[in-house]
Design a protein around this ligand. Structure first.
Ligand code: NAG
Ligand code: NAG
Ligand code: NAG
Ligand code: NAG
Ligand code: NAG
Ligand code: NAG
Ligand code: NAG
Ligand code: NAG
Length: 333
């Protein structure tokens, strides 16, 4: 097809100015979405019967491939050891998919949850040789999940959620680098994965920024926290910038960054308002089967649900529940 010259110059102008004459009406309206597709690390993974206990919903880096039957028959596990929080995580609360104890098929949920996050995941270097990096999570999705999934969850009905960076910033906190530049690079890499998903037709992206990781129990006890508040702030600024850049570059997407940092900081500043009583430490018996009733036995003065931190680096399931409620309100606002 011949493209008239005036259209070409119009396109050139559009490219130069970054404006688009084609305004799409497609926006992410959470209430109309039929499912959520997630990527990330331990804060985000859920366990699947075809996954790796303590790590994933499906497969691992040494077994990236799966067939349609395996994907569609997979079930979300919910019990004390099925997340990194000792109970449902933010995605399960947000979608109300997999919150009940036992097994849930994502297909049976009003808002389906398809979660390709992998615990201990970061961009580099990998914690274990079976860890699926974000880059490979999206490649795995593209290669094995996209085609079977889109038969009953269309890209336009999906919200993509990505929460990552927690291991990256922790592992790199003492590098001898210029941090703002380094974080910019990390978040650019993140958006390479977002772009992969964009080429598949997904237009709605929810990103979550970093929690106040300078306030983990270990960091609170230290005069030199790693990462410190400045580093967390730099990373979050880089994430917002990349998100805005991606939004500007693609006129037909909606990218939003949920400010978990602000919400979680507010919980730390005023715990009673959120039913929290312990923000400084974690309960030593957090992973014991009888922790819900016998917390005193483990030297914990109050129940696990009143703690902000579940262990040295994770939030309790209760905090995930509060955050999911705030996120839902924000998605609808
Ligand atoms: C998963 O984590 C729990 C609690 O830390 C541990 O008891 C269990 O052995 C782990 N399972 C695997 C397969 O590593
Ligand atoms: C949780 O469910 C998984 C899968 O059914 C099982 O392997 C694991 O032992 C269960 N954990 C607990 C604490 O019941
Ligand atoms: C992965 O690492 C483990 C131990 O760290 C090692 O035993 C195993 O051979 C490695 N597997 C591959 C495929 O590299
Ligand atoms: C992605 O997976 C490929 C093949 O398994 C592996 O060679 C590569 O190192 C992985 N990349 C990352 C960033 O993990
Ligand atoms: C930026 O990240 C890429 C891969 O993620 C890496 O290869 C490159 O060395 C990084 N550059 C800097 C300046 O850190
Ligand atoms: C945090 O760490 C960075 C990198 O080492 C440093 O430049 C910055 O001054 C530190 N901020 C504070 C408040 O200590
Ligand atoms: C917070 O938790 C730690 C560890 O369980 C405990 O030693 C401490 O007394 C708790 N603080 C409060 C205010 O309950
Ligand atoms: C952060 O990294 C340090 C090592 O640099 C490690 O000891 C610590 O367990 C990590 N924290 C989390 C929450 O992963």
């Amino acid at each position: 097809m011949q493209i008239p010259e005036n259209i070409l110059s119009l396109l050139a102008l559009v490219t130069l100015t970054g404006a688009s004459p084609i305004k799409t009406t497609e926006k992410f309206q959470w209430s109309s979405k039929k499912g959520l597709i997630a990527f990330g690390d331990s804060y985000t993974y859920v366990q699947g019967i075809h996954g790796h206990q303590n790590y994933s919903f499906i497969g691992d880096a040494l077994n990236l491939a799966f067939d349609e039957e395996t994907l569609l028959s997979n079930m979300i596990v919910q019990n004390q050891t099925a997340t990194a929080e000792g109970g449902p995580n933010w995605l399960e609360y947000l979608t109300n998919c997999g919150v009940q104890a036992g097994l849930t098929s994502p297909r049976t949920c009003k808002k389906q949850l398809w979660d390709f996050a992998f615990a201990r995941n970061q961009q580099h270097p990998l914690h274990h040789n079976f860890t699926v990096s974000l880059v490979n999570q999206t490649l795995q999705f593209k290669q094995y999940a996209y085609t079977p999934l889109k038969k009953f969850l269309k890209p336009k009905d999906s919200l993509i959620a990505i929460w990552i960076g927690i291991n990256d910033i922790n592992d790199s906190s003492q590098y001898a680098v210029d941090f703002p530049t380094f974080y910019k690079n990390l978040t650019q890499t993140l958006f390479t994965s977002v772009n992969e998903l964009y080429t598949l037709g997904y237009k709605s992206y929810l990103l979550i920024n970093l929690p106040p990781l300078d306030k983990t129990p270990g960091n609170q006890a230290s005069s030199t926290p790693h990462p410190n508040a400045t580093q967390v702030g730099w990373y979050n600024a880089a994430l917002s910038e990349q998100a805005s850049a991606f939004q500007r570059e693609k006129s037909d997407v909606e990218v939003r960054v949920f400010d978990a940092h602000t919400q979680l900081s507010a919980m730390l500043d005023d715990p009673p308002r959120y039913g929290l009583m312990n923000t400084t430490n974690f309960c030593a018996g957090y992973d014991q089967p009888d922790i819900d009733v016998n917390y005193l036995k483990y030297g914990c003065p109050t129940p696990l649900d009143t703690y902000f931190w579940f262990n040295s680096g994770h939030l309790t399931s209760h905090v995930h529940q509060i955050l999911a409620g705030q996120l839902e309100a924000w998605l609808q606002g």
